[in-house]
Ligand binder design. Structure first.
Ligand code: ADP
Ligand code: ZN
Length: 296
């Protein structure tokens, strides 16, 4: 009998819960806004209890917004930690799900989940070192090094690297509550809105916003390429749904590397090196199913 998995894409704006085995086999799915932890997790639990009663689930995977505690053995493992999102600092996410359903629970960052989903079914199949970045309400990054999801001390915070900021060319101070003009502070969707006074999705394709955005992304990617040596970089999130962004980011990244990293993946095939998620808007929830599969 096929084993079914449960997956939760826990975002700061919405939660998506699904039951199934992969992209071609989603048996049920619900989505609802992220309100209080009690209400939001309660809705997720109710959905899985209902599904579990019909066809037993083998495990549940959770890809969560963060920062999160992933340290094995930590008393707050499975918690969201220092988020600025009201009501959610130090909220236990994995615990209530695990107790209500009494199933193995995998818990990781949303971006590590999405990265695993892309490796299982999408744009990172066959790779062992790659990164997945989302450029949306925030900027987050995850991925694998030599076949293992990156965790380390806490987990990577690739959105908070520091990148060059020419304050004469771009006086916008940035909006990261911790660092001001870090990568996320300069380049997440809300920074575009703050800098240009209009929501990112309303800015025309020839607006100067996009060349500046691509420059910040290219600067960040050069840092990731030179530190992690990823075999591919997957860029998702609302801001990357602008079709002009991929060609700009690829060209600026190649120009900034200036021939230093000598591999045909970059010098000749950059179109296949910096790519959108193959699972598109479903990378998050499918990634959560991929996380579940690992602990089943
Ligand atoms: P989240 O990060 O909350 O999961 P998204 O990835 O959709 O969600 O990111 C939302 C951000 O992306 C907002 O700042 C929004 O303005 C921006 N955004 C959404 N759609 C587009 C678009 N088509 N073009 C540019 N920016 C967009
Ligand atoms: Zn920051």
């Amino acid at each position: 009998m096929t084993r079914l998995y449960g997956g939760i894409e826990g975002g700061g704006t919405k939660f998506v819960c699904a039951v199934g085995t992969g992209p071609e086999d989603i048996r049920a799915e619900v989505r609802f806004p992220t309100t209080t932890p009690d209400e939001t997790l309660g809705r997720a639990i109710a959905f899985f209890q209902e599904q579990h009663a019909v066809t037993p689930l083998a495990s549940i995977g959770i890809g969560s917004f963060g920062p999160v505690d992933l340290r094995p053995g930590s008393p707050t493992w499975g918690y969201i930690t220092t988020t600025p999102k009201p009501g959610w600092p130090f909220a236990d996410v994995a615990g209530p799900i695990q107790r209500a359903l009494d199933l193995p629970v995998a818990f990781d960052t949303d971006v590590n989940g999405a990265a695993l989903g892309e490796r299982r079914w999408g744009a990172a199949q066959g790779l062992d070192t790659f990164i997945y970045l989302t450029i949306g309400t925030g900027v987050g990054g995850g991925g694998m090094v030599e076949g293992r999801l990156m965790h380390g001390l806490v987990h990577p915070e690739m959105g908070h690297i520091l990148i060059p900021h020419d304050r004469e060319a771009d006086p916008y101070p940035g909006r990261c509550p911790y660092h001001g003009d870090c990568f996320e502070g300069l380049a997440a969707g809300p920074a575009l809105e703050g800098r240009w006074g209009a929501r990112a999705e309303t800015l025309p394709a020839d607006h100067p916003a996009w060349a500046l955005e691509a420059k910040y992304l290219a600067d960040a990617l050069v840092t990731f390429i030179t530190t992690l040596s990823p075999q591919r970089i997957i860029l998702g999130g609302g801001v990357m749904s602008q079709p002009q962004m991929f060609p700009l980011v690829r060209e600026m990244t190649r120009a900034r590397l200036n021939g230093y990293v000598q591999d045909a993946a970059i010098t000749e095939r950059i179109d296949e090196y910096i790519v959108p998620p193959a699972l598109a808007g479903r990378a998050g929830v499918l990634g959560a199913l991929a996380l579940a599969e690992v602990v089943a």
